[in-house]
Each structure stands twice: as C-alpha cells, then as structure tokens.
Design a protein around this ligand. Sequence first.
Ligand code: NAG
Ligand code: NAG
Length: 468
Amino acid sequence: MFARRAAAAAALLLRLASAADVFAHFMVQNAYAYDVNQWKTDMGAAQQIGIDGFSLNWIPPDCQAGLDWTVDRIDDAFTAAESMNFKLMYSFDMSYSTCNVYWNQTFMADMISKYAGNPATYRWNSNILVSTYGGDQVEQYGNAFFAGLKSSMAYSNNAITLAPALTTYSLAAQSDASSSAGKLISDYSSIDGYMNWQAWPLNTGSNMSCTADQAFQSALKSSGKTGPYIMSVSPWQYKDLNDGNPLDTWVAYSDNLFASRFQELTSDAVNPDIIELLTWNDFCESHYLRDLPSQTDTSAKDYVELGEMGAYVWGQNHAPWRIIAKYYIHWWKTGSPPPITMDQVVFWHRIHPKASTCSGGSSQPVRNAQYTDDAVFAWALVSDKSTISMSIGSNQYWTFEADASGPAMGMVPFPSDLGDGAVPTVAIMRNGQAIHTASSSQKVQGYCTYQNFNPVVNLVGPGINSGA
Ligand SMILES: *[C@@H]1O[C@H](CO)[C@@H](O)[C@H](O)[C@H]1NC(C)=O
Ligand SMILES: *[C@@H]1O[C@H](CO)[C@@H](O)[C@H](O)[C@H]1NC(C)=O
C-alpha cells in the first residue's frame, strides 16, 4: 500500500483545489435532550478524530406530533459549531412517506437562510451545501421540488449546491452501477453533486467494491456537475424493528467492512470530494461511532429513549472504532499514513452465535445473517513488530503478526462449546511478553435474551474508549 503514496500525494494536490472534508451523519431526533454544551462535547469528540462537521438529519418538524423542539436544537447546534470552528450542513430527511406536514420549500429556504451568515454553515465553493436522505421515493418531492428550492435560494442570494442521497439510485447501483448513475443524471437535472448512501454490502456476503462510487463520481463529472461527490463509510448495519415483518430485521455483512472500505480510500481506486461517516449517533441501525448515551439518567443532556431497540444497543460500546476512523481520515486528508506512535488493537464481536434462538427480538431468521462469521475480529495498529494473540473459550492463542508498516487484521472463531459464556481476550505480545492485554466488556453466550447482531467494540492498549 505504500507504493500508492505517490498517487495519494498527487490526489491530494487535486483535492486541495476543492476539499477533503469529513462529515458524520447526525440524527437530530436523538438530540432532544442536548444543550449547547452537549453539542460542543459531541463536536469536540468528532474533531478529535478529524471530523470537520455534522450532516444534520432531521424530519419535517410538523411531520409528527412532538417534534416542536427540533428548530431550537438546531439553533443550539449552530451556536456550538460557531464557537468550535465546526461545520454543519442539512440532510433533510425525505424518507417519511406519511407526514402530517411534509417538507416545503418556504420552510426549508427559511432554515437555510437563517444561518447563511454563520461561519459554521458549510459551503461548497461559495454556495451553501445542502444534502438529503431520500427525495426520490416520496411523491411530494422529486426533481421539480429540488429545482424549486434551488431557484428560490438563488433568488434570495443564498444559492445552494445540492448533493442529495437518492437511495433508489444507490441501491440499484449495487447491481448495475453505470446505468444507475446515468439514470440519476437524466432523472435529476437539478442536482449538483451526490451523496451515495450505500455504505454496506447489499444482501450479499461479498466485500464491497468502489464500483458504484466510481460510477456516480464520473457521471457527475462527465455531465459537467460542479457539486461534490460524497462517499459514505460505515462500520456496520443491523436493525430490528421487531414488528413481525421479516423485511424489518436485517444485518449487512460488516465483519471487516470499516477498515476495508477506508483502505480503498488510501488507494487511487476512489477519491471522493467529501467523506460522510454513517453515522455519529444512529443507535438503532447499529452504526453509531459516538459513545453510548445515558441510558437511565433522564436528566442527562445526552439522554435518549431507545425503547425496545435499546435491547440491542445498551452495553454495545462502539467508541474504539473511532481509532480506526481517525487513522484513515488522517491518511486520506494528508495523502500519507500517519506515524504510528502507540500500540492499539481494536476488536469487536457479536454476543451470541448467529444460529442462537433468542427469547426476545425478531424470531424470523435475520435477513443476511448467514453471511456473518461467528468470530472475534481485530484491527491492530502497533509501533513495532508484535504478535497479536486472541482467545475465546477453547480457541486459545490464535495469533497474527503486526508491525509499524500499517494496520493488520486477524480473527478467532467462536468455539463450538461456549459453556456458560466465554469472554474474548486479546494481547499485544512483543519479545515474548504481553505488553497490553484486554478482555471484552461482554461475553459470548449460546443463550440470548434478545437477538442481537450489533457488535461490542473493545480496545487493547491506550486510546479512545470512553463508552466502555
Ligand atoms: C412548511 O413546513 C413547516 C415545518 O414543518 C410547517 O410549520 C408549515 O406549516 C409548512 N407550510 C405549509 C404551507 O405546508
Ligand atoms: C473480506 O475482506 C477481508 C479482509 O479485509 C477478508 O478477510 C474476508 O475474507 C473477505 N470476505 C470475503 C467474503 O471475501
């Protein structure tokens, strides 16, 4: 991978002409307890790993009852972001197919203009960058709606650059990338850029490729669009609505997804204008990078009510995944891998085998469960030659080698007999001695009270692990 440094450096020169910014998708719905200080805390934790801004996902405040607070939280977010030198853009969530009141151009224009003078407003060249989640599946929206919004913003001298995430095109691109990208351009003349939401393998046990990313980016370029290509990167996906509908419970093959998708960004295979991490705080889809929020302290400023979905979130810390993000973000932004100064191994695992029958949660087979591996996975970043040793139950001392040339990955499978539960342990060995050892915060059990395909993430050695 070091042979690619020259290409990365050349790419860097190109990027400096535009941007090399990293956003994280932020669910405003999970910020109802936030005050300005809580926003600052989250923004500081994001900045610590090289995230430049949040893409604020929100649904129309009058779509459902009880969302009146949303605009106030967004006010606080801009106040905090301005003082933190952090950026914000909107991701208008247009995926709700039933709303009391849908998004309308007047309200959107007012909310975009409201912060046009705030330095936290993220701009693409001189325009305000606006994104969405959806806009292609609900009849109230579509190309004409976007065109109307753009012309009213231009008329009020707050021109926008529109880079929506039109999910049908991103899904279709997983099987036929170039025709889906071509169709996007012909169906949506109003768009300037594109956010490709599909960061996970789609109903397959194969690793993801960048084919769709390349197709969208080149379609934008060849049609003369001047907006950014936004590539999404995500560590995982698992959701269980537990409503009896087998379509509403799924996992994506994510065992090695995070590092391998980031690794693509260090090659010359793909070079997006912006990276968007999915996500900062979408707990119920199991791809949160943020620390776990407060579960029981209802007066905490990050308190979130997760309801039944909390059954697969509480206790499943993800914070050490931010170490992986930090390493690759630095590499992508500078064009060369950062020096490795610490000894760290991030490791993650599910807490029951995929074949377990659990007493709670969806009883149907989870869609795509067959693609997951019953194993503990590790990503090692060490400053000197080391042997990483992994154990769980009777599978003792599975090892792999790592050194300062870059990250290394390894795994140990769950043993067939888990007994009363087995706690994975991982050690960093150097010169025959364990220099750091850690056990997982959770054991793996054959028995489960709630079906859970959301992994717990752990850390060996020093570094970010604030959610444990
Ligand atoms: C536009 O949306 C806002 C926010 O949801 C809502 O308060 C307002 O009533 C809507 N306007 C129209 C004309 O629907
Ligand atoms: C996906 O890639 C990882 C390495 O990043 C590899 O270990 C794994 O076997 C691959 N999975 C498949 C299904 O090819």
